[in-house]
Design a protein around this ligand. Sequence first.
Ligand code: GDP
Ligand code: IMO
Ligand code: MG
Length: 433
Amino acid sequence: MNSQQLTVIVGAQWGDEGKGKITDFFAGNCDYVVRYQGGNNAGHTLVVGDQVYKLHLIPSGVLYPSAISVIGTGVVVDPRVLLSEITELQKRGINPRLLISERAHVIMPYHIAMDEGLSKLQGELGAGSTKRGIAPVAADKMYRHGIRVGDLIEPEIFKEKLKTAYAFNTQIITKVFGLPYSASIDEIYQEYIGYGEQLKKYITDTEVELANAYRNNKSFLFEGAQGMSLDPDHGVYPHTTSTNNIAGYIEVGGGVGFNCQKKIIGIAKAYVSRVGTSPFPTELLGDDGENLRKKGNEYGTTTGRPRRVGWLDLVQLRQTVRVSGLTDLALMKLDILAGLGDIKICVAYDVNGERVEEMPASLAKFRAAKPIYETLPGWSDMSETQVAEMVKNGFKDLPTNIKKYTEFIEKNIGCKISIISLGPKRSETIVRT
Ligand code: GDP
Ligand code: IMO
Ligand code: MG
């Protein structure tokens, strides 16, 4: 599992599957841990012993001094958030070995104000954004008046570019959305030049750094944010985010052509959670939903919003296997399904009387999709001691019904489940050999 030069971790559902936990689990054996997309819309939780770390921008390998953390070109960076994350870690005795791509785009304060207006305008067709400025910064990049991290340390260029970006964004905020906007261009310029000074020591050409390391046989762990159904091209559009998260994006977001074999690990909960707006075919409502949400502690790491929860959806996982080319799947939070009785799995959708096994692109079809379930027997609650025992003994000694559940999924999606997670801690993980 760890002899691989390049491993990619991707979300297989709607985000919050446990990517942070699995990245941290493998990061000790890697030279570089790289975020390649997303921004601080992400919230990745690591639990080591009694210590909990919540990261938004810094890669989840940061707890290991041996691994270099890279914020790649495809990430959108809010420097205020990044600086406070660095400070928080330093207070806890961790000095990040961090590199930030000079080509990564910067989330500016007007992007955050734009996100507010966009959410109102898009209403039910919106995604329930985290209001971190993700869609506006991605749009500015495509309009070609975005600000890049490297601009923050080139005052003249920054001033020149900011004029266009500020005028464009503030006019939309005030004239299209009718919202107030008071920050002046000078205030923003001064503030962000200050951030550039503080971040200067980390800013570099990460693409060349990574390419040289690749040539020197160093090992890489790419850490995805978000998940399959949030990918703007392949997810449930328009209820998505605005940076691609599928495994193929590592070369755009990392800036290196990796012509080697990759291990691509999809991370999936044993059920599904979704924070934000979209149809959700397997959603559990009422008491059943509330019980699972409470048991799974399904409240957003970034926004604190209650996450919607539901049964595992194999239509969604089939798409992840296909689009990201998964070599492995990690099945998370099996401890949370314990003690719930029989467990349902959605194997296909019924769309107006037709059986559909692959994710429809049509929003009309996805809205109409009704889950077709198979029911499997559940397993009993497990104490921490029992989990420790299970981890020691490995996959073969897991409760029979967990093994049945796992094997049922593997057969239906055509991908092996090589990691089983039975708790939030780094140690509560089984790698199947
Ligand atoms: P990410 O965004 O994919 O990194 O996931 P989040 O950190 O946002 O959400 C996953 C949550 O589940 C975190 O609170 C983790 O600590 C927790 N977690 C991860 N794996 C397990 C597991 O196997 N069992 C339990 N009970 N919690 C887990
Ligand atoms: P991690 O990396 C779960 C969701 C938002 C919303 C949609 C668009 O922790 O898994 P955005 O702010 O990106 O414009 O919001 O995407 N979303 C996430 N949901 N986990 C995430 O990240 C998410 N990042 C964005 O809730 O529906
Ligand atoms: Mg998360």
